[in-house]
Design a protein around this ligand. Structure first.
Ligand code: ADE
Length: 231
């Protein structure tokens, strides 16, 4: 039977999944707690990776090696880059790329990882379609299927938002998706990232980030929950 890996970076992003988990068994590896159990009758492993690409990469590889997951869904919040996106709106990853990979002094385009074929890691088409179905069924008023940009930076400037949107075509900015995507790509494991917008990445996030993070996490969780019922 298949095992599905579910990752969030922060407590708010995984606590709803953990609350629903039946027959829970926990294991700690490299400082991260992996909670195995069943959700909607599906065998899943839920974990909080911690923030940033290194945490996300290690967690993803452990999910694959030690728990044998055959699909990975990431749930969480992000800063909106696409001008049509408002707080609470959803981005379904078409692909993920690292915006802080920068070897431009050697002539590589921004975001390109030198000497390898793929730097913009495509998400799984059937998981994208299922996420879109979830948005429609749950009457999410606004969602975008677009590129998720990750970097080890909290984006908080209108100027940076503009370059990430215009130069790199990003729909939203966060700090883990591309690491999950790259590790999934290296291991041939299908993935999708679902992000609900907690802020507009323009420097106003500190005002109400905690409040919007709780609300946006709930949004993202609803979608993942719908998807789990149908995987
Ligand atoms: N996660 C939520 N908001 C973010 C932002 N503005 N930048 C990076 N990661 C985020």
């Amino acid at each position: 039977t298949q095992v599905i890996g579910l990752i969030g970076a922060m407590d708010e992003e995984v606590e709803l999944l953990l609350g629903q988990l039946e027959n829970k068994v926990t294991t700690v590896k490299a400082g991260v707690t992996y909670a195995s159990g069943t959700l909607h009758g599906k065998q899943v492993v839920v974990c909080k990776s911690g923030v940033g690409k290194v945490n996300a990469a290690v967690t993803t590889q452990i999910l694959i090696d030690s728990f044998g997951v055959s699909k990975i869904l990431f749930t969480g919040v992000a800063g909106a880059l696409h001008p049509d996106l408002n707080i609470g709106d959803i981005v379904i990853s078409s692909s993920c790329m690292q915006h802080d990979m920068d070897v431009t002094p050697l002539g590589f385009a921004r975001g390109m990882i030198p000497y390898q074929e793929v730097s913009d890691f495509p998400a799984d088409q059937s998981l994208i379609e299922l996420a879109e179905e979830a948005c429609k069924e749950l009457s999410v008023d606004h969602y975008v299927i677009g590129k998720v940009l990750s970097g080890d930076q909290f984006i908080a400037s209108r100027e940076i938002v503009q370059t990430l949107y215009e130069d790199l075509n990003g729909a939203c900015a966060e700090m883990e998706g591309s690491a999950v995507a790259q590790v999934c790509y290296m291991n041939r494991v299908p993935y999708v990232v679902i992000r609900s917008m907690s802020d507009k990445a323009d420097g106003s996030a500190h005002v109400n980030f905690p409040e919007f993070t709780v609300k946006a996490s709930r949004r993202s969780h609803e979608i993942v929950n719908y998807m789990l019922g149908r995987l």
